[in-house]
Write a protein that binds this ligand. Sequence first.
Ligand SMILES: [Zn+2]
Length: 303
Amino acid sequence: MISPRSLITASAAFTLFAFPVWAQLTRTAEVKDIPLRDGVHMFMGAGGNLAVSVGDDGVVIVDTQFAEMVDRITNAVKGISDKPITYALNTHWHFDHTGGNEGFGKAGVRIVAQENTFKRMASKQVIAALNMNFDPSPRAALPDITFVDRATLHYNGLTIRMVYLPDAHTDTDAMYIFEEANVIHTGDTYTRVTYPFVDTSSGGTLRGMIAARKAVLAASNAETKIIPGHGSLSNIEELGASVAMLEEMEKRTTAAIRAGKSLEDFLAENPTADFDATYAPRADQGKVFATRAYEDLIRFEKK
Ligand SMILES: [Zn+2]
């Protein structure tokens, strides 16, 4: 799926942009099992976080990390269930969330995703910000079942809502709500305590990402366990704070663009200064995010 060459260029891009969200170039890691509620677990490993539901019907997983992680995920599932994995739900098309699809697909797991995830995986893709190129995925990696706006899976006594979040991190994002367990997997529309990555080359927009996080907030309460695309388990308080930050940054960036300020003028104001302590573990990340926000939002100002 990814050539060695694109990995090398990706490393260069990481050095330039240094997004912790994208720092998962290591494709193997131990799977850490975090039991949540009502048979729903969070798995952390390499790549995006998993949600796992185990129960009488079998096992459902959300996201598949990398090809190299399929055996490790399967073994970790065996540690909490003697039933097979029936469904894998993808949060979006990115390689660090769908890389295990082919292995699970060949093992008979049915893959479910929002329709645009199928469309993007079935054709050539780029992630421009990382200078990465992708060939179409093999059949076994592609979703078997897709939905446009919403779908519901009734499984393990849970109502699992699948909700499309348009034009956010990408144009393929879905959140998965395990209603009775009060657990939500947000995919990469939310990454805990880092600035977000809006993949504009996959149809993402900052305003869509704000709307996506508000949709997660609207489906949450004080007890909700929120599984972010990357990073440790989160909650409504942290998510709410991140929405306020994104809304303020959207306001500052739009104001600068409408005042005719160049990107350099905008960056010279250090527009993320009051948020960097929370969202920028590395010093350059505020500047990278402000640059991305400016380049994203100016697209909608040009006539
Ligand atoms: Zn992603």
